[in-house]
Design a binder for this molecule. Structure first.
Ligand code: IDP
Ligand code: MG
Length: 136
């Protein structure tokens, strides 16, 4: 069994999509192991997104993530790390495949950051690191 960190970002919380996104995770067969709705600090977000420091979208991304509460979810199941990223869809919501969370529920709003509703850890190492950050 694996666990991954799923975040429902501030756009998803503001748009009342928590239920719809968690429904899709549960319908796929994954198990919600922990949940936390809160406003993360700048230092938590900068550590979470450390790999993107220096990129043009880094500061807009941090500002977006500071714009309201995020729902952090520890999601469990066999191969859940790749499985959640598959149901989330690709990063750019405009071109994310229909049937995915981003493809069905998000689009480009013409802002300098992609508001794409969710985050999912991208490897076992990231999942361990990120679950420690958000739930440790
Ligand atoms: P991921 O969330 O699909 O793993 P990453 O490349 O890790 O995508 O990027 C982290 C987040 O930063 C994205 O989910 C998105 O919100 C934002 N982002 C990534 N690339 C861009 C970009 O080129 N322009 C604006 N925002 C971006
Ligand atoms: Mg990523």
């Amino acid at each position: 069994m694996q666990s991954t960190l799923v975040l429902i970002k501030p756009d998803g919380v503001k748009r009342n999509l928590i239920g719809e996104i968690l429904r899709r995770c549960e319908a796929k067969g994954y198990v919600i192991e922990d949940l936390k709705l809160f406003q993360p600090s700048r230092s938590l977000l900068e550590e979470h997104y450390a790999e993107h420091q220096g990129k043009p979208f880094f500061e807009p991304l941090i500002e977006f993530m500071l714009s309201g509460p995020t729902l952090a979810c520890k999601l469990g199941g066999n191969r859940v790390i790749e499985g959640f990223r598959s149901i989330a869809g690709t990063t750019d919501p405009t071109t994310a495949a229909a049937g995915t969370i981003r493809g069905d529920l998000a689009r480009d709003w013409g802002l300098n950051v992609q508001q794409n509703l969710v985050h999912g850890s991208d490897s076992e190492e990231s999942a361990e690191r990120e679950l420690n950050l958000w739930f440790g």
